[in-house]
Ligand binder design. Sequence first.
Ligand code: AOS
Ligand code: ZN
Length: 388
Amino acid sequence: MSILSEAVQAELAKQAIELPSWAFGNSGTRFKVFATPGTPRDPYEKIADAAQVHRYTALAPTVALHIPWDRVDDYDALKRHAEGLGVELGTINSNTFQDDDYKFGALTHEDAAVRRKAIDHHFECIDIMHATGSRDLKIWLAEGSNYPGQADLRGRQDRLHESLQEIYARLGDDQRLVLEYKFFEPAFYHTDVPDWGTSYAQVAALGEKAMVCLDTGHHAPGTNIEFIVMQLLRLGKLGSFDFNSRFYADDDLIVGAADPFQLFRIVFEVLRGGGLNNPDVAFMLDQCHNVEDKIPGQIRSVLNVQEMTARALLVDREALAAAQRSGDVLEANRIFMDAFYTDVRPALAEWRESRGLPADPMAAFAESGYLAQIAADRVGGVQAGWGA
Ligand code: AOS
Ligand code: ZN
């Protein structure tokens, strides 16, 4: 008998993780972007690559787009292309961090004309959401300042509220806005949405359709991220995750690679807070594959999330609650750690096979020859890269 009960299998079968289109393009650090043969030249090819991840794992049914990187003439055609490959278009990410006008801010800028331009960009994103059938508009702002005294912190916060209000008012009934926070970078002294509290305060002031996006790489070292997950779920304001992992700053490495135990703790709080298969919480990856192959990098990522989810589902929640109630510190910790240390990989492989999926999606993809095929086919044109 499998260590994964039927109830656990049923939860796992519903799991859905959204892939970022930009993970399939070339990326790097400020020092070097390495090109890879076969890298997509346009959003159509990015979606084709993303569909491979879903094909081998059944875990990634949607793909997030970034505008303007994924701007196309015909979004309906892009939508049909995705559907033909067995996936759907997901979250639309706005981009106000690559235009000279935004040097000193976009939604917070002192100049009303610049704010207008940034708000209009979000209107364009909302129009695209109507065409693609996307529910969520994800806003990450690269706004802040580098030197004390450089900016009017309070004025910027007030202008941010006004700009967000305009964007919020434009959302359709079934659309949402998720506001991502990040404690630093590209600004180094202050960031206008640095933490979950600021994001929460801003979205709470907007209304029900505005939620917080938690990027796991956007916290200072040592931050208890699962506590934030708990609190946002408790407040009904956790709209989405940007999963990735970090050693130092916003490394955007494969989720679960740097600290699998942290991922386990986060997923446990998601389960505890009813967020796992709650449609109000979107599970996205926000990653870059700078030196590893991109499609296998994404396959590994969704498998890591699945693996930690399976382990978190093994926590004996009743026994844990009893140990917590009776103040049995070491027993509570043992129950928690027992689940974390359980190797679920053989059981997951068996379960995948029982569903007609490859036991080892990484190996199956490698054997498919897809990477060699795209390297041979995608000759000429300009490879999509960091920022395009
Ligand atoms: C940037 O640090 C954020 O994580 C955003 O989510 C951003 O839109 C994404 O990483 C693409 O650059
Ligand atoms: Zn992010």
